[in-house]
Design a protein around this ligand. Structure first.
Ligand SMILES: [Zn+2]
Length: 138
């Protein structure tokens, strides 16, 4: 085992990710329930806006839940804590802020402009818990 992997294995991260998974699942359940309750009410301008807002929030919450599930999968398969693009260890401060992070600080900024080399990436790293896979990647 590489020295930098020691902190990204074992029960500590599993406990953190499972707690986040439970919180996010609860959020999805609550938002979905609120959305269906809102749509069951008689149609009206304010209610329609509220239902649309709840739906958007539910979609975001479901994506965040999926991101946490993906991180749990990486933890089980050994890829957790390493950049999915270049395999560099993800800096601990970024991982602590967002355990679902898939990319290192360099590759993470590539989401703005997929295909750029590291040298062209000038943007600062983003602390985004729910990072998306850039377009065109498997
Ligand atoms: Zn990387």
């Amino acid at each position: 085992m590489r020295a930098e992997d020691k902190d990204t294995r074992g029960p500590r991260w599993r406990a953190i990710l499972e707690a986040r998974w439970r919180d996010r699942l609860q959020e999805v359940i609550e938002l979905s329930g609120a959305y269906y309750a809102a749509t069951a009410e008689p149609a009206g301008g304010i209610e329609d806006r509220r239902a649309r807002r709840l739906l958007r929030q539910a979609v975001v919450a479901r994506q965040r839940l999926a991101d946490t599930e993906a991180a749990l999968t990486r933890l089980a398969t050994g890829g957790f804590g390493r950049c999915e693009q270049c395999a560099t260890p993800i800096v601990p401060v970024l991982l602590a802020a967002a355990p679902e992070t898939r990319y290192c600080t360099r590759c993470g900024t590539a989401e703005i402009a997929p295909g750029n080399g590291h040298k062209e990436r000038a943007a600062p790293p983003r602390l985004v818990p729910a990072q998306r896979i850039p377009a065109g990647r498997p």
